[in-house]
Design a protein around this ligand. Structure first.
Ligand SMILES: NC(=O)c1ccc[n+]([C@@H]2O[C@H](COP(=O)([O-])OP(=O)(O)OC[C@H]3O[C@@H](n4cnc5c(N)ncnc54)[C@H](O)[C@@H]3O)[C@@H](O)[C@H]2O)c1
Length: 354
């Protein structure tokens, strides 16, 4: 079992990490009941496994919400609060989030605001959740069609990462999670980049998973509040979030990781224009991204619309567009100001591919 400590969270990673939960609860929680937040998919695929790992030692009170990014809303957060109030949950009870990043983001926010802060634990079930969303204390919901517009930093007491859940994860969701693994490789660990398989259809082996999680943990350990180095985790995300925001309003379902892949493509092109990376490196990165991932999901993008959303990105300071950009394979720099003309040039290179 691999363990980390991160800003008030204990992290347990390994096959059978789930089986540690009852003992962990018995040494941290008085109550004999736990609240478990699931979506309608993880209720089917993951909740039975979770309940069996609890060995009948805790009453599991399920709170289920519909799956999908469209449901990462304040309304469903309020639904969680209502269910907790119905059950007379108190601050010292525990909310366990059992799901992907949508559930850990929303559940973390709901618990943090309930009675000024109820304890919560993350049990991520998607690859995206395991390598990224559950780690680092960011909680949020989308609001007025703006991604993660309402949220706060708040750490779970513990995170249990058990690869057992990856067995039921659909192929498209596996590729979605690979986007963050690839990002971790590009910003901080070129050994992951060198060992990437041919495509994003298979679950990463456990060692690669561990190294990807370690990148996130180490970066956040250094800079929890994102005043400096943590911003490297935003590589691909300035453009990626704008793409996601545009798709929140449309009927096309685009996953977070799919948007980030396109973000990384466009931002690697920006890094090339700024001479942070060489032309041949940019080409190598872009060829790998386009062969590793399915380039189809981005079909109806309008580059002017994308620029409009980029200007709203919350990472902007003083109305300039700030990017985190790779400066080599395996290293990254942040707070790079980029002229709109360069952004448009880079966007158009890939939008015109469609
Ligand atoms: N807080 C952060 O630091 C952070 C970082 C990255 C992403 N995020 C957020 O995470 C979200 C994306 O996370 P996601 O990709 O996990 O999406 P998700 O939570 O919507 O899960 C994707 C789909 O997979 C299903 N699923 C999850 N685990 C499963 C399993 N084991 N078996 C079968 N189905 C399963 C879910 O029900 C859902 O339908 C976005 O909202 C993004 O903004 C947050």
């Amino acid at each position: 079992m691999i363990t980390h400590r991160l800003h008030g969270s204990e992290i347990f990673i390994g096959e059978k990490a789930l089986s540690l939960i009852p003992d962990w609860l018995s040494s941290h929680v008085k109550s004999k009941r736990v609240f478990v937040l699931v979506d309608d998919q993880t209720e089917l695929s993951c909740l039975p496994i979770f309940i069996s790992a609890m060995q009948g030692r805790y009453e599991v009170i399920k709170i289920a919400i519909p799956a999908g990014e469209r449901n990462k809303t304040l309304e469903l957060c309020a639904y969680v609060w209502n269910r907790l109030l119905d059950q007379k949950a108190v601050k010292s009870d525990v909310l366990i989030t059992l799901g992907g990043g949508m559930i850990t983001d929303l559940g973390g926010l709901a618990a943090s605001l309930y009675k000024r802060g109820m304890r919560f634990i993350h049990v991520p079930t998607s690859l995206m959740g395991m390598t990224d969303a559950a780690i680092g204390g960011k909680t949020a919901v989308d609001f007025n069609n703006i991604k993660n517009a309402i949220g706060l930093f708040s750490s779970p007491k513990a995170i249990f990462i058990d690869p057992i859940f990856l067995k039921t994860l659909p192929k498209r969701e596996i590729a979605n999670g690979w986007a963050e693994v690839v990002k971790h490789a590009l910003i901080a660990d070129n050994t992951i980049w060198d060992e990437l398989p041919a495509d994003a259809s298979a679950v990463p082996d456990f060692d690669l998973l561990l190294r990807s999680i370690a990148v996130k943990v180490l970066v956040v350990q250094e800079d929890f509040e994102e005043k400096g180095r943590r911003k490297i985790l935003n590589f691909g995300h300035t453009v990626g979030h704008a793409i996601e925001t545009i798709h929140l309003e449309s009927r096309n379902v685009l996953l977070h990781g799919e948007a980030i892949v396109w973000g990384m493509l466009i931002e690697s092109e920006i890094a090339k224009h700024l001479k942070l990376i060489r032309e041949d490196e940019a080409q190598q990165i872009q060829e790998k991204l386009l062969s590793f991932f399915d380039p189809d999901p981005l079909k109806t993008m309008n580059s002017e619309q994308l620029l409009h959303f980029l200007l709203q990105d919350k990472k902007n300071e003083r109305n300039t567009i700030l990017f985190s950009l790779i400066s080599d394979i395996g290293s990254c720099t942040w707070n790079c100001e980029v002229d709109k003309e360069i952004i448009l040039l880079a966007v158009k290179k890939f939008i015109s591919l469609q």
